[in-house]
Design a protein around this ligand. Sequence first.
Ligand code: GDP
Length: 421
Amino acid sequence: MNTAVVGINWGDEGKGRMVDLMSERYDVVVRYQGGNNAGHTVVNPRGKFILNLLPSGILRPEVVCVMGSGMVVDLRHLHDEIERLRAQGIVITTDNLKISDRATICMPYHVMQDCLEEDRLKDKKFGSTRRGIAPVYADKYMKKTLRAGDLIYKNDLSGRLRDLVEWKNITFGGYGEKISSEETEEWLRVYGEFAKPFVCDTSEYLLSAQKSGKNIMFEAQLGALRDIDFGIYPMTSSSNTIAAYAPIGSGVPSIKLDVVLGIVKAYSSCVGEGWFVSELFGDEAKKLRDAGGEYGAATGRPRRVGAFDVPATNYGIEVQAATELSITKLDVLGCMEKIPVCVAYDCNGKTLTRFPYPDLLTDCKPVIRYLDGWNCDVGKCRSYSELPENARKYVDFLRDNLNAPVKYLSVGPERDSYIEL
Ligand code: GDP
């Protein structure tokens, strides 16, 4: 069985939590895009963990985790994250972590370039996590970067690196600090040595896992609306977050997905910049943000919050080709007297139910319908029938308006805080 777990909205939907829960039924978990700009928070009986680069399956010792060819890997961050998790008691060896030799290395100068560009943009900034992701993906497509396999196979790695640094310094044209070849080489030597044992031909590994009938889960980072092609460009990430990219980014283009589980939050949140039609402001927003702990796991930034957005969610379902959904954080809405749901957009007097071309979103206002809240904690409910009537009505309203079946409701961050429908 091949299952992708993907974000339907702007990210931070609780994918890590669902992967952690579901990975019990899987032998292998693969991350197929992005880098350490991800921030999955997982709470389970072993503690609270923040994962940026490593697949969330790493918290189960019997699961093999693969960092796929579509990923960009900051080697220093990899080192720090592995050591941090080891200090929390997680065993990470070359048996349970494998890094694709085709994964791209994110260098310190990519981080520097990202920061310089965000600073230059000032109030027009993208809301980047400043972790070098856009510059490293750009260099990947310019064929001006190193891959993990180069640590093992490149004949003249130092020569290639010096050439890349020279080119970077030329393209920077004196903007920012001059990049030092020696320092970059030393960085690559230290963290490259650390990473090298994990690097292998993960495509071969995944093909043989598939042949022997293993269950494979594909874990996405961010959500559909941050996909480089289908999201709210240019306020997107720099990779394809959608499930259709999972076979490519995992390194096995022949893989066919059986299930695409789309993760949707019971309300909306959006970290960083970009169109967000159903955004809430003032006290209503603060109450929801605090109740939901909506502060970025990777950056600590307060997330913008909003009403559940039906047009955006159905668009996410469409581009993810989601076969089933999990609605997370239903418990958080216990803080609201009246719960707003954005059922359509008003675009200069025209009612839109289909998510439009991003720039048109500037003129869109949310068409809001209020549902009654339930004003209590549903965190202990383990079946649909245990939910208060208004919570059931809210869930049913979403089910009636969404174009994919809802299979799970998450009512808390802990592993077993969920309801299967
Ligand atoms: P991801 O990047 O999609 O994995 O999402 P994040 O980890 O950034 O954000 C999800 C946050 O919500 C994490 O802190 C989770 O522990 C938490 N979380 C996930 N599901 C639930 C839920 O059903 N209820 C509550 N209260 N918190 C949840």
